[in-house]
Every structure is written in C-alpha cells, then in structure tokens.
Design a protein. Structure first.
Length: 77
C-alpha cells in the first residue's frame, strides 16, 4: 500500500469517528468535497498544509493524525 492510500484511509477513519460527511469536512477545512473524496481514495498527493487543515477540522493534532499510520512497507509509485 502506498503512502497516499494510507493517509487517505486515516482521514476517512478519523472523519467517520467524528461522524461528519465529506462535504462537512471539506467546508470546515476550506477545501473542495471532490478533493476530500480523491484524497480518501488515495488518488491525490496531499500537501502537509492540507493535512494540517483536515486535522484541525477533525479536531486532532498532526501528531495524533500520524500516530496510527504504519509507514513500514510502503511502496512508491
């Protein structure tokens, strides 16, 4: 699994934990809903600036965001 997919899965996991839609997350993070969807699906190379926006919108710190992501055995494309 590549890093884009792992980060997308983490965003989706956190979003579902706080029970908000992609639309509501996008609005709170000041991003487009289709952008959130493509990030969650591992189709976008998200910037750290946007990760920070999403983390804030989800009510977590960057440390908490990255806490449960296993970066071992990541394949690069």
């Amino acid at each position: 699994m590549d890093v884009k997919t792992k980060i997308g899965q983490r965003i989706k996991q956190l979003r579902e934990t706080v029970d908000i839609s992609q639309k509501d997350l996008a609005y709170t993070a000041d991003l487009d809903r289709s952008y959130i969807a493509s990030v969650e699906n591992g189709q976008r190379n998200i910037s750290i600036v946007n990760i920070e926006k999403i983390a804030k919108a989800l009510g977590v710190t960057l440390k908490e965001f990255f806490n449960n992501i296993n970066f071992e055995n990541i394949t690069t494309n």
